[in-house]
Design a protein around this ligand. Structure first.
Ligand code: FES
Length: 106
């Protein structure tokens, strides 16, 4: 059986997402936040799993992003909620760096 390769899409330059910074991009009609943290780039869906508000104005600290509406924090690696009121994970996406370009598989 052939394993199909994920389709990575170029979304930004590496310099656009510094450590501690974030950038919202759209991939295949889905709003995605790129976050520079822990010496790498994470990609998560720009949608809180609690009341479906956008996360783009949320605070970013070491390894997590918080929802600006009710304060739930999500692990950038796994998408898992770290505190209430969220109980479901947010979507996370694989990131690949090719040269100075950030690519995401959504
Ligand atoms: S909408 Fe994000 S915690 Fe409620």
């Amino acid at each position: 059986m052939r394993v199909s390769e994920k389709a990575f899409v170029a979304v930004a330059k590496l310099e656009e997402v510094p450590q501690g910074g974030k950038k919202v991009v759209e991939v295949n009609g889905i709003s995605v936040i790129l976050v520079g943290a822990r010496d790498r780039v994470f990609a998560v869906r720009n949608l809180c799993s609690h009341a479906y508000e956008t996360l783009e104005c949320g605070r970013v600290r070491a390894g997590w992003i918080s929802c600006p509406v009710h304060g739930a924090r999500f692990d950038l690696e796994t998408g898992k909620p770290m505190n209430p009121p969220a109980s479901m994970p947010i979507d996370t996406y694989e990131v690949r760096i090719t040269g100075d370009v950030i690519e995401v598989a959504v």
